[in-house]
Design a protein around this ligand. Structure first.
Ligand code: C2O
Ligand code: CU
Length: 489
């Protein structure tokens, strides 16, 4: 697997010095307060959070005063209702990422609902069909609203969940803090937008600095990982812990062990079953190895205390399948989708791929020089495109208009020199192939991470009527045009 150093110009991850010196402090607790009954209120507003140290509150935006917002848990097939109150100074909405909601509940301003004005409320209600790990976040100016902390987990519970000793949610985030420990401004900067997005310098798990997770011998933990970062991609190396992956983007997948680091692009999720069949006193490292030369220890797992059971549990059974319609590939309607633009966009197409990627590793200064010097600045700076169009706002002419029930097969090519997590609203899709090779698990996803120049085929039954956003989930890329709409009639 290739991983590219795309941190150019964004500041390297501050681990081991400065702010990061405190990255070992603090505790890791379950996300927010969990509510399972009654009507829930989510109030979006300003608050503060101990992102780098329990004793140091940093101004952020959050739901109900916390980052992440409350962990919402609801049973599969049970009615769910949330009242959003907007206590921000700007318009907002809530999008239920990955959940197959009715279009009017999808939270896309102007496309599916009017934006919620400051001081106003909006009632969201739907009955989730799929169990799994999902999350919620605003869809208005999300590059800043999500970037300042507006997000939370939405756990839709199986009727008969797998037996585990603990069920934990870890929302991973990446913040860009200045040397005062405050959130840096410059959200949506052109520079970030044309490159890897707003990569930060401080990683949090559930809004806090990482702390060791203490487990008992032979304990089984279900670990639900959510990447809530604007732009950072995680490549998680669990070392000897060797977890089983049981779901991706909320959807069950054939349980399997990892043969390479687990890649989680922005918005992506993974459910892991971790069995601690190690004696007390052992320590296991979880490393993020995505960016070449910038690997770091995200956290550690420590085995302590008396064993929970005599021996480890047998490997987990597959999770019960969700009621997703199976794509009919024989009759599928095929569409080519080309993602383009960004810095080096033209280079990426005209130079050989490896040149473009090497260029990317050398840093932004060098790139700028090359771009300017070679007279390609205008091509490189024109924004991100989907099929040649750089979209603005949330309302566009659909790139595809499908009759309800059609199987759509999207043959997507990333013609840029950058990674993109591509997200479709209102549906989950099967990832059929990468660069012509069938994927091993034909996994269901709602966000598929595309490497530079990669070609990926996905397919789904367009069975949820409405206009659905289809965009890159690097939020700066989305804002700079990498979005489109797919209409299901
Ligand atoms: Cu997670 Cu269009 O969003
Ligand atoms: Cu992108």
């Amino acid at each position: 697997m290739t991983r590219r150093a795309v941190l150019a110009g964004s500041g390297a991850l501050a681990i081991g010095g400065g702010l990061a010196a405190v990255l070992g402090a603090g505790g890791k607790t379950p996300v927010g307060a969990s509510t399972t009954a009654g009507r829930r209120v989510l109030k979006a507003g300003t608050t503060s959070a101990p992102l780098i140290d329990e004793a140091f509150q940093i101004p952020v935006w959050g739901y109900n005063g916390s980052v992440p917002g409350p962990a919402l848990r609801v049973g599969q097939g049970e009615a769910f209702e949330v009242l959003l109150e907007n206590a921000l100074d700007e318009e907002t909405t809530i999008h239920w990422h990955g959940v197959r909601v009715p279009n009017a509940m999808d939270g896309v301003p102007h496309l599916t609902q009017p934006p919620v004005e400051p001081g106003e409320r909006f009632r969201y209600a739907f009955t989730p069909e799929d169990a799994g790990t999902f999350w919620y976040h605003p869809h208005q100016r999300s590059f800043e609203q999500v970037g300042r902390g507006l997000y939370g987990p939405l756990i839709i519970e199986e009727a008969d969940p797998p037996q585990v000793d603990r069920d934990l949610v870890w929302m991973l985030d990446d913040w860009r803090l200045d040397d005062q420990g405050q959130i840096s401004g410059g959200f949506g900067s052109r520079h970030d937008a044309m490159m890897a997005g707003r990569i930060g310098n401080t990683i949090t798990i559930n809004g806090k600095p990482s702390a060791p997770l203490i487990a008992r011998p032979n304990e089984r933990i279900r670990l639900r990982l959510v990447n809530a970062a604007n732009a950072r991609i995680f490549g998680l190396d669990f070392g000897d812990l060797d977890p089983m992956v049981v779901a991706l983007d909320g959807q069950p997948v054939k349980p399997h062990r990892l043969s390479a680091p687990l890649l989680l692009g922005p918005a992506m999720r993974a459910d892991l079953i971790v069995d601690f069949d190690y004696p007390a006193g052992t320590r296991h490292s979880l490393r993020d190895v995505f960016y070449d030369g910038l690997e770091y220890e995200l956290t550690t797992f420590e085995c302590q205390g008396k064993e929970v059971r005599e021996r480890r549990l047998p490997d987990p059974a597959p999770l019960p399948p969700n009621p997703l319609a199976e794509p009919e590939l024989a009759t599928a309607e095929r569409h080519r989708i080309i993602f383009g633009g960004g810095m080096m966009g033209m280079m990426g197409r005209t130079a050989s791929g490896s040149d473009a990627r090497n260029e990317q590793r050398t840093g932004s200064g060098m790139m700028m020089e090359r771009m300017g010097g070679s007279g390609m600045m205008s091509g490189g700076m024109m924004g991100w495109t989907v099929n040649g169009v750089s979209a603005s706002g949330h309302v566009h002419d659909p790139i595809i208009s499908a009759a309800r029930g059609t199987t759509l097969l999207l043959d997507m090519t990333n013609e840029t020199a950058w990674w993109h997590p591509i997200h479709l609203h209102g549906h989950s899709f099967r990832v059929l192939s990468r660069n012509g090779q069938p994927t091993r698990y034909q996994e269901w996803q709602d966000t598929v991470l595309m490497a530079p120049e990669e070609r990926v085929e996905i397919a789904f039954v367009a069975d949820n009527p409405g206009d659905w956003m289809f965009h890159c989930h690097i939020l700066e890329h989305q804002a700079a045009g990498m979005m489109a709409t797919i209409r299901v009639n």
